[in-house]
Design a protein around this ligand. Structure first.
Ligand SMILES: NC(=O)c1ccc[n+]([C@@H]2O[C@H](COP(=O)([O-])OP(=O)(O)OC[C@H]3O[C@@H](n4cnc5c(N)ncnc54)[C@H](O)[C@@H]3O)[C@@H](O)[C@H]2O)c1
Length: 386
C-alpha cells in the first residue's frame, strides 16, 4: 500500500465530510493507496487542534502556505470558503501536490481558468467535490440515460431549495455566515447550490449553451459580523433560469434560501421520448424511472400496467453498492464523499483521471457566470459551450 498523505484545509462542514472519507476509504474500497491524515489547517489554533484530535490528524498548521510547502504532504484538500480556492490551488499545483477542491471551483471564470491552467501545467491530479454525482441513485440515472433508455431528451428540471436566511436579523460575513457575503462566496445560491444542479445536469444531459436568468435579493441590508455595521447584501438570495442544452432539450433551474420548510430540497427530473428519471435528495436511495415500453412487435405502447417505478438503489448491481451492505440496506450523505474519493484514487491508479476535474468544473463555472450576467442584463447569455 502506498501512503497518500493528506493536508486538509478547513475544519468546518466539509473538513468533517472529507476527513470521514479519508478514514474509511480502505475499509470499503480495494485501492492501493492508504490515506494518512497528516495535517489539518485553519487559522484558529485551538479549533484546528480540537478538530485534529477528533479526526486523528498528526499535526496542525495555521497557515495554508506552510501546509502547501510541507514535504510530508501529497495531497492538498481545499475545504475552505470560496475566496480562498484560487490562491491555495495555484500554490498547491506549483508545489506538485494533488489538489482536491470544494465547489464552486472559484469565484469567477477568470479565477477558474487560472486554476485549470495551473493543475494542467504542473500535471497534478485534481478533482472538484461535486459529490452528488456519487449518490448511487444519481449515478444510476446516468447509467439509464447512457443506455439510451430515456431517448431523445426534451426537458430537464432542477430545484435546489433551502430556507435558512429568511429572518432579516441573520447577519452576513464571518465564520459560518460567509455564504451571505459576496466578497467571500462570489455569489449566493448560484455558486452555492445551483453549481451542484448544473454539474449534475451537464453530467446527465450534456452541455448547457445559453441561459436567461432572474435573481432576487429579498433582504437588502444585513449586519456584517466583521464590521458590525449594516451593509448592503450583494448575493443572490434566489435564482431561476431557463437553459438550452446542446442536444436540443430545454431546462428550468430554481434555487432559493427562502422556501419556507425546505432544508436541502434537491431534485431533478429529465423527460425524453422513451422514458423519464426523477430524483429527490430527501429520498436519496430511490431513483424513479418511467419506461415507455415496447410491445412484442417493437412498437412503443402504454398499457394498464404502465407507470413510474421507484427503484430502491441498494442492490449490488447499483453503482457503488457492492462496496457496502446487503441489498435493501442504505448508505448516507457521507458516503457520497467516500465514493468520490474512491473514484479519485482509482483514477490515479488506473491513469484515467476521474471527473469532474478542474477543467470539467470550469464549464459549470461558465454557466454560473452566464446566469449571473444574464440576471444583470435580462438577456439570453451564451455559456461558450457548443
Ligand atoms: N460538496 C458539497 O456538497 C459542499 C457542502 C458544503 C460546502 N461546500 C463547499 O466547501 C467549502 C467550505 O464550506 P463549509 O460549509 O465547510 O464551510 P465552513 O464555514 O463550515 O468551514 C470553512 C472552514 O474554512 C476555514 N478557513 C477559512 N479561511 C481559511 C484560511 N484562509 N485558511 C485556512 N482555513 C480557512 C475555517 O476556519 C473553517 O474551518 C466551500 O467552498 C463550500 O462551497 C461544499
Amino acid at each position: 500500500m502506498k501512503e497518500l498523505r493528506v493536508g486538509m484545509i478547513g475544519y468546518g462542514f466539509m473538513g468533517r465530510a472529507h476527513s470521514n472519507a479519508y478514514k474509511r476509504l480502505t475499509d470499503f474500497f480495494p485501492v492501493n493507496h492508504r490515506p494518512v491524515l497528516k495535517a489539518a489547517c485553519a487559522r484558529n489554533k485551538e479549533k484546528a487542534e480540537a478538530f485534529a484530535k477528533v479526526w486523528g490528524y498528526e499535526r496542525i498548521e495555521t497557515d495554508w502556505k506552510a501546509l502547501v510547502a510541507a514535504d510530508d504532504i501529497d495531497l492538498i484538500d481545499i475545504g475552505s470558503p470560496n475566496n480562498t480556492h484560487l490562491e491555495i490551488a495555484l500554490a498547491a499545483a506549483k508545489a506538485g501536490k494533488m489538489v482536491l477542491c470544494e465547489k464552486p471551483l472559484a469565484m469567477s471564470v477568470k479565477e477558474a481558468e487560472k486554476m485549470v491552467a495551473a493543475v494542467e501545467k504542473y500535471k497534478v491530479p485534481n478533482m472538484v467535490w461535486f459529490n452528488y454525482r456519487r449518490v448511487p441513485a444519481i449515478a444510476l440515472a446516468k447509467q439509464i440515460i447512457d443506455e439510451g433508455r430515456v431517448g431523445r431528451a426534451f426537458h430537464y428540471r432542477a430545484t435546489y431549495l433551502q430556507d435558512w436566511t429568511i429572518a432579516e436579523d441573520v447577519p452576513q460575513g464571518g465564520p459560518g455566515l460567509w455564504r451571505l457575503d459576496a466578497s467571500v462566496a462570489g455569489s449566493g445560491v448560484t455558486g452555492d447550490l445551483l453549481a451542484h444542479s448544473i454539474d449534475t445536469a451537464m453530467w446527465l444531459n450534456g452541455p448547457i449553451t445559453r441561459v436567461v436568468a432572474k435573481t432576487e435579493t429579498f433582504v437588502k441590508e444585513r449586519l456584517h459580523v466583521e464590521t458590525r455595521k449594516k451593509q448592503k447584501v450583494t448575493i443572490d438570495d434566489a435564482c431561476m433560469f431557463l437553459a438550452e442544452f446542446a442536444n436540443g432539450s430545454i431546462g428550468t433551474f430554481e434555487s432559493t434560501r427562502y422556501a419556507r420548510g425546505r432544508k436541502n430540497f434537491n431534485t431533478f427530473e429529465m423527460n425524453g421520448a422513451d422514458g423519464s428519471v426523477y430524483f429527490d435528495l430527501e429520498e436519496p436511495e430511490y431513483l424513479q424511472y418511467f419506461e415507455y415500453k415496447q410491445n412484442q412487435s417493437g412498437k412503443k405502447v402504454e398499457s394498464h400496467l404502465t407507470g413510474w417505478r421507484k427503484i430502491h438503489t441498494t442492490n449490488s448491481e447499483h453503482p457503488y453498492m457492492n462496496r457496502y451492505w446487503v441489498p435493501g440496506t442504505c448508505i448516507g450523505y457521507e458516503h457520497t464523499f467516500l465514493n468520490a474519493l474512491a473514484d479519485f484514487v482509482m483514477g490515479i491508479e488506473s491513469g484515467k483521471p476521474t471527473q469532474p476535474d478542474f477543467r470539467c468544473a470550469l464549464q459549470t463555472q461558465k454557466v454560473c457566470d452566464a446566469v449571473l450576467k444574464s440576471a444583470r442584463s435580462g438577456k439570453w447569455t451564451a455559456t461558450g459551450a457548443k
